[in-house]
Design a protein. Structure first.
Length: 218
């Protein structure tokens, strides 16, 4: 009887170890560019330092690309979201060399990646997205996000309308910004050849309207 109990315990241990290995966030050795004095994203059991670097590099790229004369993060988010929804983002022109290096580091966490029908390569079953869902500031957007994650239904096709309506708040909500960076930026370029020169360069669609809230805040 003791032998049987021992075998069962060993089997359960092996099973749990396999589950842990599937969800464990791999921390890559990396030359960080952005200071991490403040934790912008804090998720229990997940080392978010590289994720924070990824989000900050993404924000710098869209600010420089969509508002080159004077970086305005609010406007950059709006234009990026609009162009993503219309599938007109020129990633080869948008993505910086540093963001490419960030992506290679992110790829070392194999649990973060999977192919989705909407063209992204993000694994929404990764525990990170549960954490993001708990911390999104806008209540209605949080409810929609969590419902899509819980039912394994997350896709840009479904989430695009509420996301577009809340684009202003992304500059201040770093959990939502992390989702956007991973799913709509790094997840979209995961298997793209960004070193090749695009034959047809897509110009960013810019609006000229400004508000008193314009500003570039990390």
């Amino acid at each position: 009887m003791k032998l049987k109990l021992t075998i069962v315990a060993l089997c359960l241990c092996v099973f749990n170890c396999k589950q842990d290995s599937n969800t464990k966030t791999h921390v890559a050795a990396f030359d960080y560019k952005y200071p991490n004095v403040e934790k912008l994203v804090d998720c229990r059991g997940i080392d978010t330092r590289l994720l924070q670097e990824a989000m900050q590099s993404f924000e710098t790229d869209i600010a420089n690309f969509y508002t080159p004369e004077k970086p305005v993060l609010f406007r950059a988010y709006r234009e990026f979201i609009n162009n993503t929804i219309s599938n007109t983002v020129d990633y080869s022109a948008l993505v910086s060399h540093h963001s490419k290096k960030v992506l290679e580091a992110l790829k070392q966490d194999e649990a973060l990646w999977v192919t989705n029908p909407d063209g992204s390569n993000i694994n929404y079953s990764h525990p990170l997205f549960k954490c993001i869902g708990k911390n999104i500031k806008d209540e209605s957007l949080q409810t929609t996000f969590n419902a899509l994650i819980d039912t394994n239904s997350m896709s840009l096709r479904i989430f695009s309308a509420p996301l577009r309506n809340k684009s202003f708040g992304m500059k201040d909500d770093k959990y939502l910004a992390t989702y956007v960076a991973l799913a709509l930026f790094y997840g979209k370029i995961y298997d793209k050849d960004l070193n090749a020169n695009a034959l047809n360069t897509v110009q960013p669609t810019l609006n000229d309207d400004h508000t008193n809230h314009d500003g570039h805040n990390h």
